[in-house]
Design a protein around this ligand. Structure first.
Ligand SMILES: Nc1ncnc2c1ncn2[C@@H]1O[C@H](COP(=O)(O)OP(=O)(O)OP(=O)(O)O)[C@@H](O)[C@H]1O
Ligand SMILES: [Mg+2]
Length: 367
């Protein structure tokens, strides 16, 4: 059934450009891993090397312990669902699903049974006779999934399979995919640039940046203890304050001389190092009266409020011109009109220190 996948020191070069740079990754069998990163990070290239559509220049790929590094796709116990699901337009849904089995020479009777089973799995049996043009985007996506599942691969590779769907359908498919994976116990490797999707679905997430894995961990670990400011900003939202670490303490002093207490710092921070302090919008509170603010506080002006359904997001402007975001539960939140002067404040336990880095690149892309 399921198989584990192992990448050991894998690199892929296009000319002198390292699309994938020394990636080591162990994916336990039966687990759901997401590869998350912005456009061009190398996600698809990693997937294509697992699938056999691309061969690495360095390193080893193993599936179920077997070295498959240079094997072609059809000799691997793997199937891929591509982003543009590429169904055959002249075939109906059942014929699309049956196609691979026919290629493999599976006998007609077994073929029929397995196609039926696969269509049932994705709840598309009633649509078996429809052409792709007669199906919605989500239904076509499910047929593409059935087409991959029917071959009963030990590992299923999915390259942004939900990218073309609208938000509601996408969320519905996320749940269905996750249930299916649980039920079949297959190994899923899921590429996405949508951090919410990765958080919702994965046992573990590999965050890629410039061809490398910047952090590998479970959703909670990545959200609560990101290893770098990049991961912190890429997963969820963050407010950053730049400054310097105060000696060996968990305090930082911002560029305009205000001291902030942190609850956490990455282990690699030297005393006095240039740092970014980070607090998530949902951990920020607002008060008008400074006397009621926690010790970590900044003075700010309300620029706008955004209604998010269950929460209310305030966009604030700091004295230095930087933006600061507070997200408050809507129940009981006070209404603050634009132009109101407030204090944004937060507890030290929600404030983390990272080595300073320029995040303009990280912020301009991604979800
Ligand atoms: N055949 C190729 N020749 C040259 N460069 C390539 C080739 N394929 C990919 N690249 C480059 O390698 C890098 C990684 O590409 P890859 O497709 O893996 O990115 P990605 O993370 O999947 O991005 P996206 O989210 O846009 O799909 C990119 O900079 C891309 O331009
Ligand atoms: Mg890609």
């Amino acid at each position: 059934m399921a198989a584990d996948v192992e990448l050991e020191r894998v690199s892929k070069l296009y000319g002198t450009f390292k699309a994938v740079d020394d990636v080591t990754l162990r994916i336990p069998k039966g687990s759901f891993i997401s590869i998350l990163g912005s456009s061009g990070a190398g996600k698809s290239t990693v997937l294509r090397m697992i699938g056999g559509f691309e061969y690495p220049d360095y390193g080893t790929v193993r599936i179920a312990g077997q070295d498959v590094t240079m094997l072609p796709p059809h000799r691997r116990d793997v199937n891929t669902v591509f982003q543009n699901y590429a169904l055959f337009p002249h075939m109906n849904a059942a014929e699309n699903v049956a196609y691979g089995l026919r290629q493999d020479g599976v006998a007609a009777q077994e073929r029929k049974l397995r196609v039926r089973e696969a269509l049932q799995m994705v709840e598309m049996l009633p649509y078996a006779m429809r052409k792709p043009s007669e199906l919605s985007g989500g239904q076509q996506q499910r047929i593409a999934l059935a087409r991959a599942l029917v071959k009963r691969p030990a590992v299923l590779l999915l390259d942004e399979p939900l990218g073309a769907l609208d938000r509601k359908l996408r969320q519905q498919m996320q749940v269905e995919l996750k249930l299916l994976q649980n039920q079949l116990g297959l190994t899923f490797v899921f590429v996405t640039h949508d951090q919410e999707e990765a958080l919702a679905m994965s046992d573990s997430i590999a965050v890629m940046r410039n061809g490398r894995i910047e952090q590998l961990g479970g959703p909670t670990e990545l959200y609560d203890t990101p290893a770098t400011a990049f991961v912190a900003s890429f997963i969820g939202a963050q407010n950053f304050i730049a400054g310097n670490r105060v000696d060996d303490t968990l305090h930082m002093q911002s560029t305009d001389g205000v001291t902030f207490a942190a609850g956490l710092a990455t282990p690699d921070l030297a005393r006095g190092a240039k740092v970014l302090g980070a607090v998530r919008p949902e951990n920020v509170s607002l008060v008008v009266d400074e006397a009621h603010a926690a010790s970590n506080r900044v003075k700010a002006t309300v620029v706008a409020s955004v209604m998010l359904g269950d929460s209310l997001e305030y966009v604030l402007r700091l004295k230095d011109g930087n933006e600061f975001i507070a997200r408050l539960p809507r129940r009981g939140a006070q209404a603050l009109s634009s132009g109101t002067e407030v204090f944004a404040h937060w507890e030290p336990q929600f404030f983390q220190l990272f080595p300073y880095e320029d995040l303009r690149e990280a912020r301009s892309v991604g979800a």
